[in-house]
Write a protein that binds this ligand. Sequence first.
Ligand SMILES: C[S@@+](CC[C@H](N)C(=O)[O-])C[C@H]1O[C@@H](n2cnc3c(N)ncnc32)[C@H](O)[C@@H]1O
Length: 239
Amino acid sequence: MSDVIWHDVECGRYDADFALWRELAAQANGPILDVGAGTGRVALELARRGHEVVALDRDPRLLGVLADRAHGEGLHVETVVADAGNFKLGRHDFAIVMAPMQTVQLLRREGRLGFLRSARAHVAPGALVAIALADALECFDADHVLLPLPDRLIVDSTLYSSQPVALRDHGETVAIERIREILTADGQRIASQDILHLDRVTIAQLETEGQAAGLTPLPARIVDATEEHVGTSVVMLRG
Ligand SMILES: C[S@@+](CC[C@H](N)C(=O)[O-])C[C@H]1O[C@@H](n2cnc3c(N)ncnc32)[C@H](O)[C@@H]1O
């Protein structure tokens, strides 16, 4: 269960990209595949607006929570446990295949190329593949900068706080180091470290890789940074 809570703490409250996903979904006017959907931050938002959404993730626990939340709101979101780097859903009619936040930067090169091929195979002719990439992965550590604000969430009177403390260069990846703290109502405090590796991928590189998978680049879109989150470029590829 704690994985689900940390997912909600670190991803669940971000909403700076909603305007873009809503706009793309409204224009696309057809079924949407949300890849790396997690607990459904974007999938549920689009389902609330009447869109048909299929949510794909490799983690069945996150998708289980997504399905419960959809059910609780009287929504239907189909969930699929699969690897973003190689999926076959047996349909080719999606108006958008989208990968919000940094999901595509978790796949390493082979997984990313597999994702692009899989996405290409699932979109209708002329439909869209939209992929978010974190901007400005500039390295820092706690000794040298004012740290970003922590992500925080209270669940059952327990405070969960996730503080990014460093971004370290590892060549082809950047390691985001976080201190996760749990503060219970009776004063217990538990701290642990979490490290997430994100691939360094540029817009141009992803566009070139998309072309190799049979997709055509369109101008990328931008989601501005917030106090808690770096900005995002959304690479847009036409099927
Ligand atoms: C940064 S979270 C984004 C969650 C959600 N899309 C959002 O925007 O809030 C990345 C998600 O990708 C999923 N994921 C990571 N690697 C994956 C893979 N190889 N196949 C499918 N899902 C994957 C994780 O389980 C997680 O839910």
